[in-house]
Design a protein around this ligand. Structure first.
Ligand code: PHE
Length: 347
């Protein structure tokens, strides 16, 4: 009997068949259980003779079932693993890729182009004091130019108005910081965020500028014009850039010039390089510039008879719009991936 039962258990082909065998042998009405019950009706002598055999049978059957069960479970797991193999050579599902924002990209391009002309990158804080943002730049408290630079002021912390903190309205305070901390000759650009209370299709309350500053002996407007022309040709990657310098006014430059670039329309997209005087062409105001005012140079502790220089401030978002044919400045800061993708940025 024992050999027969163990043979059956060993032959059980799956866990269900094994469970059926367990019930048929060790279950309440099972054959082995039935044998165990017969022990109760035996004489002590019979019991002594039969007992060990019947108990031995039960133990052997129990052990055989456990062993077969482990084997069947192992096989089931092996089969499952075999069926679930990962094919490591299959291409992975495409995931969305991040990309550089057009403004960041333009800032990188700017830094690269100006680096080729020997300019270092300088930075300053976005929370600036009144003196560096205005007063040192020849814009005193009562100056009307302050109205164009209406900004966000912080509650007064300093002793005097000059120490009042504000969100910088332009990158020009970096001119002050650089002239006060470095010995001329100076050649820097300073890209960064600036703030004004302004919002429409071509103005956002936060936007980006890059300041340029050159301080050396014998610097004149010709150097300014050459620098801007060289930069714009490299940036727009074309030689037929037309620039227009318009006399203008900034309290911190004298003389001052606003620089426009001529652009044409091509397939509904603005492109730089058209002659602004022709019909269908137009000028786009790109930047403010001029010779650094003697007063500003003196405010920074330098002798204006020895040191001269020029400065310019370019709207980064503006030139990015022009380069990539975008027409709403606000969209730059909406973080809309579809808009970015439309202009070729991102996945
Ligand atoms: N800071 C000026 C502005 O924001 C631009 C400028 C910079 C003009 C440097 C002249 C020289 O409008």
């Amino acid at each position: 009997l024992k050999a027969k039962l163990l043979g059956e258990i060993e032959a059980a082909s799956d866990l269900d068949a094994l469970e059926a065998l367990r019930v048929a042998t060790l279950g309440k009405a099972g054959s082995v259980t039935g044998l165990l019950k017969t022990l109760g009706g035996m004489t002590p002598d019979e019991r002594q003779a039969e007992g060990p055999q019947i108990h031995g049978l039960r133990e052997a059957v129990t052990a055989a079932i456990a062993a077969r069960k482990a084997a069947l479970e192992g096989a089931a797991l092996d089969a499952k693993l075999a069926g679930e193999t990962l094919d490591m050579t299959l291409p992975a599902a495409a995931a969305a890729k991040g990309s550089v924002h057009p403004v960041s990209q333009v800032m990188d391009e700017l830094a690269e182009i100006f680096a080729d002309m020997g300019f270092a990158v300088a930075t300053g804080p976005e929370i600036e004091d009144d003196w560096r943002n205005f007063t040192a730049l020849n814009i005193p408290e009562t100056h009307p130019a302050r109205a164009m630079h209406d900004t966000f002021y912080f509650p007064e912390v300093g002793e005097s108005a000059a120490q009042r903190m504000l969100l910088r309205t332009h990158t020009s305070p970096v001119q002050i910081r650089t002239m006060m901390s470095e010995e001329p000759p100076i050649r820097i650009i300073a890209p960064g965020r600036v703030y004004r209370s302004d919002s429409d299709a071509t103005h956002t309350p936060m936007f980006h500028q890059v300041e340029g500053l050159v301080i050396d002996r014998g610097i004149h407007m010709g150097h300014l014009k050459w620098t801007l022309e060289t930069f714009l040709k490299a940036f727009f990657e074309r030689d037929d850039i037309v620039l227009r310098l318009r006399p203008s006014y900034f309290p911190f430059t004298e003389p001052s010039a606003e620089v426009d670039v001529g652009y044409a329309h091509e397939k509904g997209r603005r492109i730089v390089g058209g002659n602004g005087d022709d019909a269908g062409h137009a000028w786009m105001e790109l930047l403010g510039s001029g010779m650094v005012s003697r007063r500003v140079i003196a405010n920074c502790g330098l002798d204006p008879d020895e040191w001269q220089g020029f400065a310019f401030g370019i709207g980064i978002d503006r030139i990015a719009m022009l380069k990539y044919g975008m027409d709403d400045l606000r969209a730059f800061f909406d973080g809309d991936l579809r808009w970015l993708a439309h202009y070729g940025f991102g996945a």
